[in-house]
Design a protein around this ligand. Sequence first.
Ligand code: PGA
Length: 252
Amino acid sequence: MRHLIAGNWKMNGRLEDGSAIAVPLRRGADGLFVDLVICPPATLLLTLSAVLIGSPVMLGAQDCHALPHGAHTGDLSAAMLRDAGATWAILGHSERRANHGETDAMVQAKVQAARKAGLRPIVCVGETEADRAAGRQNAVVGAQLIGSLPADFEGVVAYEPVWAIGTGRTATEADVAAMHAYVRASLVRHLGLPGQTTRILYGGSVKPSNAGALLALPDVGGALVGGASLNAADFLAIAQAAHEVAAPPVAS
Ligand code: PGA
């Protein structure tokens, strides 16, 4: 299966940094059997859509408002982000859930808004360290999925254990395999048949050294990459790992 590798730049990247990363990505992405998305700050979307025109590298937003317009100072609607060149949107990232009090219901409203505007959602779920210590990871992630995804959801889910984000600590392969199997079963229960093929990304300290092993696990359909996506060589190395895991054999 073709993987999706999405880069979440978070609040990083000035104008010159954006092109410095996107130009080598544009060059390196050619011929790779992988879907690549970068999600820079919204201030860079328009510039990078010009840099990436004609390239397979796609652009995404890191959030969107649930409403199409109105008195919401500082917010951006899904249609505005689409105008600026985004075709994807990360929604319900744990940093937004923690720092902006986003609830599952709010995330679900954003998912609906994104779809309406033509943005493909990447919906994030994941347990905290305390949840895992208490053995609650399945219950927490299962509730986030049911609460955040409409029954007719079309898009991507990212499983990102909060304790692995930006910490350099990656979940073990056994933990990732178990959680992805659980997410798959929950998606099938919640969405029916489409849940069988929904792509499930793993996120949390994915880097070139661990990408190949993680991407080869069953039900891992790609990766959501934070820190390593700010370095073009590292992001391309992760894309290359995805290519090697998923590429169909070349006929001799
Ligand atoms: P990280 O971030 O790769 O830096 O751990 C992942 C994310 O927050 O999506």
